[in-house]
Design a binder for this molecule. Structure first.
Ligand code: X6L
Ligand code: MG
Ligand code: MG
Length: 149
């Protein structure tokens, strides 16, 4: 099954956290370019993010893949304190072939990705034709439109 993950880091050696995470993932078929992005939401004064999107070919169902995401965050020493605060590593499931899923702790496709340039720009680089139900346009067209917002 195909799946897309969004990764972000804005604390410590950001590039190293992303590299470690990608290196630990099984079945990586594509990695987007790295985007340096202004933080969206959260407290003032946090530093810029590095964001990437990774495509996987995986045997894991969404629930099992969520466990992997949480393990990668823990391996990066992520401390959860402030909502939307700075973090060494954030790994979100953006899309999974086995979706859609709408549970309290797991929503696929990710319900807010379509609005976020820091997700859609790297996503469109590796999955330009992605167009889940409910999207007005595919990833490539969407990122072109977000470009001037
Ligand atoms: C209105 C109100 C509009 C809140 C948007 C959007 C809040 C996204 C939080 C929002 C709103 C978030 C990253 C980030 C976060 C990241 C960059 C979040 C939660 N993660 N900024 N902010 N990259 N650039 O990975 O996404 S925290
Ligand atoms: Mg996130
Ligand atoms: Mg997250």
């Amino acid at each position: 099954m195909r799946a897309l993950l969004g990764l972000g880091s804005n604390l410590g050696d950001r590039r190293a956290y992303l590299r470690e995470a990608v290196g630990s993932l099984k079945g990586v078929v594509a990695v987007s370019p790295v985007y340096e992005t202004e933080p969206v939401g959260g407290p003032d004064g946090q530093g810029p993010y590095l964001n990437i999107v990774v495509e996987l070919d995986t045997d894991l169902d969404p629930r099992a893949l969520l466990g992997v995401c949480h393990r990668l965050e823990a391996a990066a020493g992520r401390v959860r304190d402030e909502r939307w605060g700075p973090r060494t590593l954030d790994v979100d499931i953006l899309w999974h072939e086995a979706g859609p899923i709408d549970e309290p702790d797991l929503q696929i496709p990710h319900p807010r990705m379509y609005e976020r340039r820091f997700v859609m720009a790297p996503l469109a680089d590796i999955a330009p034709d992605l167009a889940p139900d409910g999207w007005a346009e595919r990833a490539e067209g969407r990122v072109a439109r977000l470009g001037w917002l």
